[in-house]
Design a protein around this ligand. Structure first.
Ligand code: HPA
Length: 276
């Protein structure tokens, strides 16, 4: 067994020793949605610091624990706080949580984030269903392959499940929540982009830019999870708007639209579980 797999198994054993719960869906929530887990039917929690070898996040607005419980009748595990590459962790640490959630039993990864709007038609506060991605951060699969989890050269032709995207689109229509669709690009951060970089990523085909998610989706796809992702356009990316960016603005928008975002997530999680 490789050292990397051994470490992951150690984390899994910590989970097994403390929590008796099998999630079907894993949720990773971005800025503004940190309190989503407080609103579910909570059955157990597990602090990251209590898991041997688990990376602990330092980002403002991010708590650090797994919350286990039910969204309707769907058993879920929610990450309250994620680990970002810009915090200085190796990619292996950044994706360890998503790997662990797969081992816990999750088949679906539901991921959300706050992102800058690159598409000229987007407005602050929009939601964007991610239909594909560009990962400009290093691949989390670099290094010895974890053969126990997935293949050395995994296919990435449909990272975000078409079937799940259709379910989320239908759910949004039923709730009368406008939903954009587009390509998410992950840059390393932590700096926001320059106007020229935003022009570059638009030319590359991105509709929204952020500092997370794509690497997590690669690791999840490697393991064969079904993935769905929604970005909250918390600001217009640099150069799209001529105002300087601040984390406060990102947080303020994310907080403002959080109630609607939560409604969409809650209904989508349940509709997805019904169909898979
Ligand atoms: N750029 C990168 N990451 C982000 C942004 C942005 O404009 N907004 C929220 N996360």
């Amino acid at each position: 067994m490789s050292k990397r797999y051994e470490r992951l198994m150690k984390c899994y054993e910590c989970f097994k020793a403390r929590v008796d719960f099998t999630p079907k869906t894993a949720l990773i929530l971005g800025s503004g949605l940190g309190d989503y887990a407080d609103g579910i039917d909570v059955r157990a929690t597990l602090d990251y610091k209590d898991i041997e070898g688990f990376p602990v996040s330092t980002a403002p607005g991010h708590k650090g624990r797994f919350v286990f419980g039910y969204v309707g009748d769907v058993p879920v595990v929610v990450m309250q706080g994620r680990v970002h590459y810009y915090e200085g962790y190796p990619m292996e640490d950044v994706v360890l949580p998503v790997r662990l959630m797969k081992l816990m039993g999750a088949e679906v990864l539901f991921v959300t984030n706050a992102a800058g709007g690159v598409n000229w038609h987007f407005e602050c506060g929009d939601f964007m269903l991610i239909n594909d991605q560009i990962c400009m951060a290093p691949s989390p699969l670099i290094g010895e392959n974890l053969d126990e989890l997935g293949p050395r050269f995994p296919d990435m032709s449909e990272i975000y499940s078409k079937k799940l995207r259709d379910i989320v689109k239908k759910t949004a229509r039923e709730l009368d929540i406008p939903l954009r669709e587009g390509v998410y690009i992950q840059l390393t951060g932590p700096n926001y982009e320059s106007p020229s970089e935003v022009r570059m990523v638009r030319t590359l085909g991105a509709d929204a830019v952020g500092m997370s998610t794509a690497c997590e989706a690669i690791a999840a796809n490697h393991m064969g999870m079904k993935i769905v992702g929604i970005s909250c356009i918390s600001n217009l990316a640099c150069g799209v708007s001529n105002r300087p960016l601040s984390h406060a603005e990102v947080q303020e928008t994310a907080d403002r639209v959080a109630p609607l975002f939560k409604k969409l997530i809650t209904a989508s999680v349940q509709n997805i579980a019904k169909e898979i």
